[in-house]
Design a protein around this ligand. Structure first.
Ligand SMILES: [Fe+2]
Length: 457
């Protein structure tokens, strides 16, 4: 699909709230060329940013590929140089060019718009034009990989992040960084995880940092024998590392649990109850890692929707002697892409949102429902767009700066299979089941992708 600008979008249903002003940035893979080999893994297409700008009841759209070194080399060559299958070879022309798909998330921090995948440095882009400036290394202070899911402390404005395989491919080394509100790197440390694996996300509270390690292992020996690069290897179990925010990574305490996989936590917080310090983490838990094979190479690469992840609450007792933790189910509707009112990141909270799948699960079936979950009562409100319409990650926008938690709008992208086009939708969190208060037609289809964020004007 092409890069384009659409300055004046048509509001086809309802009205955009007059006091809503800002930009929804969304990142996702948008492969430049057909695959080199047999496989085209969803995670390895080149990232494209979609930006929907809203002001005065009107909306505009702009999309741009992230112009990474990989993008530029392939654009120049006029064909694909990098493989889009894990373990498949790239062309010799790709030698010396840094692989970076920059396709997973797009965040605004310290005056910079950063496109991130989890294997490379973030790539800085202009917040208005979406022009790429290049890899951002925090003034040369960190050149390693960065998770696509940094966390933003709502009280301090700090950005906290980690990078896995920070000492090179297949290593269990993880880096941990803290960047202040102005974008200055304040802290960068390294530690070793119990084993090397794909570490997609982590969680922070106002007092603790939580590093969840799941058995989607990256085993150099297995790879050398021709086995899969990333594979489900349940024998090694789940390990959850927790440390105090102000302590060194040497103090990480490892808890152990049954094998499972979490791409995305919703939130976590620290509570002091009955003289105990507890860390409560709400996560979307899969029974096995979707989208990757078994360690013996056998297929079993289930999609996100074949066994959707379920919202569960983990409780860690930091004053207890046990290295185990408890788990309780929070509801019975599976999905993924959990979000919250991010002004409550790391704090006790009540409002959660996610994309869900109703009806029969099926491999490759897109999400057909948006959920507003009340994390206190366990009740939920659902928006069902109807047959042939599919939703993407819900992003919360506060009604105003002083609005109560969860009071505002959900913005998301809706794909209509019949029209083969995507809409930008706005739902009121008062009752998302009423459907969009505004639906705005985009000039194109936005492929199913990953994550985005709202930047208020
Ligand atoms: Fe993600």
């Amino acid at each position: 699909m092409a890069e384009c600008d659409a300055p004046d979008l048509v509001v086809v249903e309802g009205e955009i709230p007059r006091d809503m002003a800002g930009t929804l940035y969304r990142n996702g893979p948008n492969p430049m060329f057909p695959p080199l080999g047999n496989e085209h893994h969803w995670f390895l297409g080149e990232g494209m940013i979609h930006a929907i700008n809203v002001a005065d009841g009107k909306a505009s759209y702009r999309n741009r590929w992230v112009h990474t070194a990989q993008y530029k080399a392939q654009r120049k060559a006029g064909h694909r140089l990098f493989s889009t299958g894990f373990g498949e070879a790239s062309l010799p022309e790709a030698d010396g060019v840094k692989r970076n798909v920059a396709n997973t998330n797009i965040v605004w921090h310290g005056g910079k718009l950063l496109a991130i995948d989890e294997g490379s440095s973030p790539v800085a882009m202009d917040g208005d034009t979406l022009e790429t400036s290049g890899p951002w290394t925090f003034e040369g202070k960190y050149e390693g990989p960065m998770t696509a899911h940094p966390k933003f402390d709502p009280k301090t404005g700090e950005m906290l992040f980690f990078g896995y395989m920070a000492a090179g491919p297949g290593t269990p080394d993880i880096s941990y960084q803290v960047v202040d509100a102005a974008g200055k790197m304040m802290r960068s440390e390294m530690f070793k995880a119990p084993y090397a694996s794909m570490v997609h996300d982590f969680i922070t509270t106002d007092e603790h940092v939580i590093f969840p390690i799941f058995p989607a292992t990256i085993d150099v020996e297995r790879i050398m024998k021709g086995g899969p690069t990333i594979a489900w290897d349940p024998a090694v179990g789940t390990r959850i590392g927790i440390m105090a925010r102000d302590a060194s990574v040497d103090t990480i305490r490892w808890f152990e649990g049954d094998a499972c996989y979490v791409y995305h936590p919703m939130n976590a917080y620290t509570v002091h109850r009955d003289g105990k310090t507890l860390v409560i983490a709400d996560v979307m838990k899969y029974e096995r890692v979707p989208l990757f094979p078994n360690a013996d190479g056998s297929k079993a690469a289930v999609g996100l929707s074949e066994q959707p992840s379920m919202l569960v609450r983990w409780t860690f007792d930091l004053d207890g002697n046990s290295n185990s933790y408890t788990e309780e189910a929070l509801n019975d509707l599976g999905g993924d892409f959990p979000r919250l009112d991010e002004r409550f990141t790391g704090l006790e909270y009540r409002h959660g949102f996610y994309a869900a799948l109703t009806g029969e699960p099926g491999n490759g079936k897109p999400f057909d429902t948006l959920v507003h979950a009340d994390m206190k009562t366990g009740s939920r409100t659902e928006y069902h767009p109807g047959a042939g319409k599919y939703v993407m990650e819900p992003v919360f926008v506060p009604r105003k700066e002083s609005a109560a938690e969860g009071d505002g709008w959900i913005v998301s992208l809706l794909y209509d299979q019949v029209r083969n086009i995507s809409d930008f939708i706005v739902l009121d969190t008062d009752d998302i089941s009423k459907g969009p208060i505004a639906r705005v037609e985009l000039p194109t289809r936005v492929p199913f992708g990953f994550h985005g964020n709202w930047r208020g004007a």
